[in-house]
Write a protein that binds this ligand. Structure first.
Ligand code: 13P
Length: 257
């Protein structure tokens, strides 16, 4: 039986990095290495918000994503905010919502995340929705129930049609920035559980891309890419080095050949 064709994605989440000068150099280097390639895999960069305008104008072979979005709508007297409509207006069509750093450090609770999801969909943005358990939750056997609850939070505010515009990123919190990656078996197991949830609750489960995030690097990308339900990577640290990032892109492009 042939495998369903799902879009493979490698997305670099630069977080609060690097300096503006280094960001321009890194972006130029990644673009140059992607030039004239026909990768099976889609590539996106999520830079710090102030860099979005410049990078979206320069982007050719890759997409530009926002790392977060406001819960307020449209334009107006909202000092410091970046709305989904503003992103749409500048042709930034992808946004990360629910990253564990937003949940843990900036108080993005379920209600806030649901408001952001609604705003993003109202502006027709594609959402990279992050889920993942803490070490304590994994050690107490709660990893799956935590992730399923996070998917329920998403489901509550989506219409049936919205699901086609969702990418799920499974990022176990204990693997982020720690150098500890989930084993390919554990990552695949959680991805299969997520896929099963999507099969039960959507009519496009086989088309949805499920990305793994958490210390993805050149050294482990091939093994992760070989897993049946892992359709790409959300990459932090390794996306700040063009050579490492390209190696991850190669791993996921080849897995889809
Ligand atoms: P690292 O790849 O640095 O572990 O970060 C993962 C992440 O949080 C991507 O969103």
């Amino acid at each position: 039986m042939s495998q369903p064709v799902r879009q493979q994605w490698v997305i670099g989440n630069w977080k609060l990095n690097p300096s503006f000068i280094d960001a321009k150099k890194l972006f130029t280097s990644i673009q140059a290495q992607l030039a004239d390639r026909t990768d099976a895999c889609q590539v996106a960069i999520a830079p710090p918000a102030p860099y979005l305008g410049l990078l979206v104008e320069q982007a050719e072979q890759l997409a530009i994503a926002a790392q977060d979005v406001s819960f307020v709508s449209g334009f107006g007297a909202f000092t410091g905010e970046v709305s989904a409509h503003l992103l749409q207006n500048m042709a930034v069509n992808l946004v990360i919502i629910g990253h564990s750093e937003r949940r843990e450090l900036f108080g993005d609770d379920v209600k806030m995340l649901q408001s952001k999801i609604l705003q993003a969909r109202a502006a027709n943005l594609k959402i990279i929705y992050c889920v993942g358990e803490s070490l304590a939750q994994r050690e107490s056997g709660q990893a799956e129930s935590v992730v399923m609850q996070q998917l329920d939070d998403l489901k509550q505010v989506l219409s049936a049609e919205d699901w086609a515009h969702i990418i799920i990123a499974y990022e176990p919190i204990w693997a982020i920035g720690t150098g500890k990656t989930a084993s390919p078996e554990d990552a695949q197991h959680m991805h299969a559980t997520i896929r099963q949830y999507l099969t039960q609750h959507t009519d496009c489960a086989e088309q949805l891309s499920l990305l793994y995030g958490g210390s993805v690097k050149a050294e482990n990308a091939v093994q992760l890419a070989a897993c049946k339900d892992i359709d790409g990577a959300l990459v932090g640290g390794a996306s700040l080095d063009a050579t490492s990032f390209m190696a991850i892109i190669n791993a996921f492009s080849q897995s889809n050949d």
